[in-house]
Design a protein around this ligand. Structure first.
Ligand code: ZN
Length: 301
């Protein structure tokens, strides 16, 4: 099954539901960054959460940045997800492994630790909207729900799941259920959502069993007037980095530093944090940047 996102409503449009399957893109991130089991789960959950959060944005080109900055051994998570279904991300220490937690599951909370969750919503113009909440459990799903409820005042439930076996990611995905603003004063509906949170735990076993998103949503919300939108959006791991951007970043270092790189290293090597791609700039590339800088400064003089 391809990675995908589907949208649905329930309770006469008072509830919005979004589901994502992110198995392949999580496996791609695992391979790109050489992630351990627990790091795969942590990054995979955060990427699914980012895609779920981006799905509510309206303007084409909108993106969400999710930064989890905890004091645990994982050393932080950064994810960039777009309304267009693209996502990328990385963790501070990709190789750390921890013993399973008390429930026998990957100890994402222990790897993340205590600290803060930062979210930036960028609609492509003006100042991005940013907000911060304290990390609740470090398990990501709880933390994102806490953020949506407290910072965006939207009653929300989030479940995320990543299953990693010896051959890689076998299943990954997530589910976001929200009471829409127009219905958020409807206390009965908010109470219904809260009462459903326990049953949403059925999401991850269904995900692991390979059920489709419509099947899973039907199991969880089928008795609440579920309406699934016919469009399925394709999701993928994608990074906007390029050799030209790397050259642009090198140029900012200035003439003296570029000259130094030519003399000492005969070029420069840059690795993209988000996707792990390695870019090699030769001495002649760097020399050209110096020529460009000199031309620009003579124009502005
Ligand atoms: Zn990249």
């Amino acid at each position: 099954m391809a990675d995908q996102l589907i949208r649905a409503t329930a309770a006469d449009g008072g509830i919005r539901a979004v589901g994502v399957i992110t198995t392949r893109l999580t496996e791609e991130a695992r391979q790109r960054h050489n992630l351990s089991y627990v790091a795969t789960a942590a990054l995979g959950r955060t990427m699914a959460a980012g895609l779920l959060m981006a799905s509510s944005m309206k303007r084409a080109g909108s993106r969400v940045n999710v930064r989890v900055k905890g004091d645990g051994p994982l050393g932080g998570i950064l994810v960039d997800a777009g309304l267009d279904g693209t996502v990328r991300g990385y963790v501070g220490n990709p190789s750390i492994e921890l013993p399973p937690n008390a429930k026998g599951k990957l100890d994402v909370g222990g790897a993340v630790g205590k600290g803060y969750l930062y979210v930036v919503r960028d609609i492509g113009y003006g100042y991005p909207y940013s907000s911060t909440v304290e990390i609740v459990s470090g398990e990501i799903g709880d933390d994102v729900a806490h953020y949506l409820v407290n910072s965006e005042q939207t009653p929300s439930a989030v479940v995320l799941g990543v299953f990693v076996g010896s051959t890689g990611v076998t299943a990954a995905g997530g589910l976001l259920i929200q009471v829409l603003p127009k219905a958020s004063r409807d206390e009965a509906l908010v109470a219904t959502l809260e009462s459903r949170v326990a049953s949403l735990a059925g999401f991850t076993p269904s995900l692991q069993a390979g059920k489709s998103l419509p099947e899973i949503l039907g199991e969880l919300l089928g008795d609440m007037g579920l309406r699934i939108f016919p469009e399925t959006q394709i999701l993928r791991f994608n990074c906007g980095c390029s050799f030209d951007r790397v050259l642009g970043a090198l140029k900012i270092l200035g003439e003296a530093e570029l000259q130094d790189m030519i003399v000492k290293d005969d070029g420069a090597e840059a690795t993209c944090d988000f996707c792990g791609n390695v870019y090699q700039a030769s001495s002649s590339h760097l020399a050209q940047l110096i020529v460009d800088l000199q031309a620009e400064s003579s124009v502005t003089r």
